[in-house]
Design a protein around this ligand. Structure first.
Ligand code: ATP
Length: 275
């Protein structure tokens, strides 16, 4: 079970400033996280503690990065898992893994002298899909039930507070039980970046790369309509590889153009012309 290895110390160093664009998502997430940070005032006012936040949006848009930044922002331990890791042939194993994950989160926080933990569950629709739709698959139901039990069982009296951040691209197939108050009752939309967002992401991913004088990242941002943050990271990397192959000392506009084409070909991106 790979949850712990993904929560390495280095990964926790991601901050909101390392995420390009996504200003709306960052703003909403930060606002929600103030609840975690200011627990004493929350208690005084009798506000129900925030247990779950759902990040909803297409692949590669920075949902994992946002969850890591959330952990750092709140000084929490970070653990990651994917919904598919819980789906097992044997009944009960998925539920047991959910219990393990929560225990691991609390243990990791304690070990690191932290009072809170963020559990990130990617592809949460795999484990939290509508019950009864999995052709009699009792296993999914038990796993989802266990997640609900764990979330319901959390209280602001716990010595370690746990926040569950789920990510999905298929909010439409999520079991409504997960969206009920006291569970994932905050939803944050994480969309493909607009032009400004693409520019910010390109700036972030080229900040340690030597760019030639003929490069205008604004042009690259214009040419990459429909690209996700992950695609843009690939563009920066592929451009550097092209420069390396040509033994060039800097990355030119031509390299970046070639890299954009390569990513489009590789991904068969469905794009609408931006100009
Ligand atoms: P998935 O749904 O496929 O898990 P995701 O939304 O969680 O995707 P991430 O794993 O956060 O996406 O992003 C993948 C990589 O793409 C990141 O490691 C980063 O290099 C790059 N990336 C994505 N979005 C951004 C962004 N907004 N700013 C900077 N880099 C980004």
């Amino acid at each position: 079970f790979t949850t712990v290895s993904k929560g390495s110390v280095q990964e926790q160093l991601i901050s909101f400033d390392d995420i390009g664009g996504q200003d709306m998502a960052k703003g909403e997430l930060r606002e929600a996280l103030e609840f975690i940070k200011d627990i004493e005032r929350i208690k005084t006012l009798g506000i129900r503690p925030l247990k779950g936040i759902l990040l909803n949006g297409p692949p590669g848009t920075g949902k994992t990065l946002l969850a890591k930044a959330a952990a750092r922002f709140t000084g929490s331990a970070f653990l990651a898992a994917s919904g598919s890791e819980f789906v097992e042939m044997y009944v009960g194993v998925g539920a047991q893994r959910v219990r393990q994950l929560f225990k691991q989160a609390r243990d990791t926080a304690k070990r690191n002298n932290k009072t809170s933990a963020v559990i990130f569950i990617d592809e949460i629709e795999v484990l939290g899909g509508k019950r009864g739709q999995n052709a009699g698959h009792m296993e999914y139901d038990q796993t989802l039930n266990e997640l609900l039990v764990q979330m319901d069982g959390m209280s602001d009296k716990d010595d370690i507070r746990v926040l569950v951040i789920g990510a999905t691209n298929r909010i439409d197939i999520l079991d409504q039980a997960l969206l009920r108050p006291g569970r994932f009752d905050r939803q944050v939309k994480v969309d493909l970046p607009d032009k400004n967002g693409r520019l910010k992401i390109l700036e972030l991913h080229t900040r340690n790369k030597p760019l030639a004088d003929d490069v205008t990242l604004d042009d690259v941002a214009n040419d990459t309509f429909g690209f996700s943050g992950a695609h843009l990271e690939s563009v920066a990397n592929e451009a550097a590889i092209l420069a390396f192959r040509e033994s060039a000392g800097t990355i030119t506009a031509q390299h970046l153009h070639g890299a954009v084409e390569k990513v489009i070909m590789g991904e068969k991106l469905d794009r609408i012309p931006s100009k």
